[in-house]
Design a protein around this ligand. Structure first.
Ligand SMILES: *[C@@H]1O[C@H](CO)[C@@H](O)[C@H](O)[C@H]1NC(C)=O
Ligand SMILES: *[C@@H]1O[C@H](CO)[C@@H](O)[C@H](O)[C@H]1NC(C)=O
Ligand SMILES: *[C@@H]1O[C@H](CO)[C@@H](O)[C@H](O)[C@H]1NC(C)=O
Ligand SMILES: *[C@@H]1O[C@H](CO)[C@@H](O)[C@H](O)[C@H]1NC(C)=O
Ligand SMILES: *[C@@H]1O[C@H](CO)[C@@H](O)[C@H](O)[C@H]1NC(C)=O
Length: 566
């Protein structure tokens, strides 16, 4: 029925097929029309809402419901969807209070529980195989408890739909939903601000618990990848996450070869995952070290410089903050000895991998993402241990979604951005085991590729391209140029956008993922009669420009929002 309906309307076909593969963190029970109408997300546990009659929690209104309506409905989570949600008591947790808080287990959640996250290369063969196969199972298993949201315009209340997803893709979607800048703003819920580190801590705890429940492997944990121990992607091998070929595809002997990404392309502001086309899957791409601007991993020196920063975060609490531990660790503020780089620490590792990992907000499609963030979380923990006196910033300059008392989107039950401050990893049921090999006393002996590159800029600048991309890239480039010409008229609309946005747009349109997608898309559209809806980014704003200027209407809204500067 469903499929034959798609056959009638190619526009709908595009949208529906694209929606099929994507997902959001909404409890399945809270996505029915009835629940959305009553605005109460209080699923039953053991027969009563929020397990109330079992003493687990209560359905209660939350403060965000009283906040004014923002331009983008994702701000003030979960205001636009629900007035009441579960508040869990004791050690109970979960959207229906049916789970235990991290660090607790048992029927009453009264037993302590602890895992040690190890460095990935310290895992035994059997630990590693179990870890990778648990991940693979999560990628393939439908999430029975959650659905994901897609939307073609997040400035219009009620303009969304829910879809089934796998457990792993739920996690990818959650990152997308909160990492994508809000319409009318340059900020998002999870990056470029003080919530960055805590949002990702919660995110890893969430997927860890989901995978434990799915696989029954209660010892599942996310190892970390200490990239200061290496000068290349030492886990980009078939033993770990797959070797990579010249075209950036994962080696055919790796189980990650067949992993398809969801929401794989950068979409315009206000769009959440409507461009996934099930008939044109985008696979994982990695080209570690191939971008001459970002061909080095951060060093121990960079880490120590970051760790020595005394203030957690500083005004204006965004990517321009100076002397901010958060901004150094995130990688917008350069450590002392890497001023020649345009990204450092967290951002640099994303950029270094040059592919799926370098495109925010879809980077979590690559399983290396969680190991990278596990290491970032380890550094956060070390800094917090050393700075017991620090506090979460309490300032009106903090972007609204990242203020101390705002709720982290899209998590249930609700958690404020400062919730994890003062809860160390031990209280959350985990700690980090140091690498089994101590560092040599002489310190760290990894050379920076970038320094070598800078000595011979002319050679390095030209040589990488052809060997890396090969004939494949010629085809993609042509497609890309074709798409660019086709879109020229529309792009002129964005000419008033800030320079940074335009540069990003250029990067975006010339990246190979986009080109493949544009080709597929143009192919489909040429066959359809509805070019207006779907061409050049399928931005509904293009067809019917609307003012979003209630917010910081500075032209950002009309620009294609690509956010590849992590
Ligand atoms: C956007 O989504 C809504 C429902 O979610 C739908 O009615 C509308 O047709 C869509 N618009 C476009 C341009 O796809
Ligand atoms: C989504 O999943 C639910 C439960 O797993 C199932 O009942 C439903 O048919 C699925 N819907 C679609 C469109 O596949
Ligand atoms: C990969 O590196 C190339 C070469 O510098 C760059 O043009 C491209 O934008 C990078 N791709 C991604 C996805 O970062
Ligand atoms: C790196 O940053 C410098 C200074 O901001 C800028 O001039 C240069 O164009 C940037 N390079 C790249 C490749 O983004
Ligand atoms: C660093 O490595 C180089 C070459 O591998 C070696 O010659 C040098 O002695 C090492 N330095 C330290 C401090 O270990």
């Amino acid at each position: 029925m469903w499929l034959s309906f798609q056959g009638f309307c190619l526009v709908l076909l595009l949208c529906l097929m694209s929606l099929r593969d994507v997902e959001a963190q909404f409890p399945r029970a809270c996505t029915t029309p009835e629940v959305l109408q009553t605005r109460m997300c209080c699923p039953l546990w053991n027969g009563s809402p929020c397990g109330f009659s079992s003493g687990r929690g209560v359905c209660a209104p939350h403060p965000a419901r009283d906040l004014p309506k923002p331009v983008d409905y994702r701000v003030n989570w979960p205001r636009v969807f629900y007035d009441s949600v579960c508040t869990c008591w004791g050690n109970y947790d979960g959207f229906d209070c049916g789970q235990c808080l991290p660090g607790w287990r048992g029927p009453q959640c009264l037993q302590r529980y602890h895992v040690e996250r190890k460095e990935i290369t310290d895992l035994t063969d059997s630990e590693r195989e179990t870890f990778l196969s648990n991940l693979h199972q999560a990628k393939q298993s439908p999430s029975s408890r959650y659905m994901i949201l897609t939307s073609n315009d997040t400035t219009v209340d009620g303009n969304y739909a829910f879809h089934n997803t796998s457990v792993y893709d739920l996690y990818v979607w959650m990152h997308y939903y909160s990492a994508k800048s809000y319409a009318g703003s340059e900020s998002n819920a999870a990056h470029r601000g003080p919530a960055f580190l805590f949002w990702h801590r919660m995110f890893l705890l969430f997927i860890e618990r989901e995978i434990r429940e799915l696989t029954g492997n209660q010892d599942f944990y996310i190892p970390y990848w200490d990239w200061t121990r290496t000068n290349h992607c030492n886990i980009c091998t078939n033993k770990y996450f797959g070797g990579v070929g010249q075209d950036g595809r994962i080696d055919s002997a790796s189980l990650f070869r067949k992993w398809k990404t969801i929401c794989p392309f950068q979409e315009s502001l206000g769009i959440i995952c409507i461009h996934t086309d099930a008939s044109a899957p985008a696979y994982l791409i990695r080209n570690p070290g191939k971008d001459p601007i970002y061909n080095t991993l951060p060093t121990t020196g960079d880490v120590e410089d970051t760790m020595a920063t005394p203030l957690f975060d500083t005004p204006p609490f965004d990517k321009t903050s100076r002397n901010s531990f958060r901004n150094k660790l995130e990688g917008f503020e350069m450590p002392d000895d890497s001023r020649h780089l345009n990204a450092s620490m967290h951002n640099l590792v994303h950029r270094y991998l040059n592919g799926t990992m370098s495109l925010v907000p879809t980077a979590a499609n690559d399983p290396i993402f969680m190991l990278h963030h596990s290491f970032i979380d380890k550094l956060l923990e070390r800094w917090l241990q050393d700075h017991g006196e620090a506090t979460y910033p309490d300032s009106d300059q903090v972007p609204p979604a990242q203020r101390a008392q705002a709720y982290m989107a899209p998590f249930l039950p609700l958690r404020t951005n400062n919730y994890y401050w003062g809860r160390d990893t031990n209280s959350l049921g985990y700690s980090y085991r140091e690498h089994s090999l101590p560092r040599s006393g002489a310190g760290h002996n990894v050379t920076r590729h970038a320094e070598e590159f800078l000595k011979e800029p002319s050679a390095g600048g030209v040589q990488w391209q052809w060997p890396v991309l090969g004939v494949f890239s010629v085809v993609l480039l042509c497609v890309s140029v074709g798409a660019a010409i086709k879109c020229k008229g529309k792009r002129q609309q964005t000419q008033d956008a800030p320079t940074e946005e335009k540069e990003s747009e250029f990067d975006y349109r010339s990246n190979s993922l986009y080109a493949v997608w544009a080709k597929e898309r143009n192919g489909t559209i040429d066959k359809s009669s509805s070019t207006h809806v779907a061409s050049c980014g399928a931005h509904p704003h293009d067809a019917a420009p609307r003012s979003l200027s209630e917010g910081r209407g500075d032209g950002v809204d009309s620009a294609v929002n690509v956010e590849i500067d992590l």
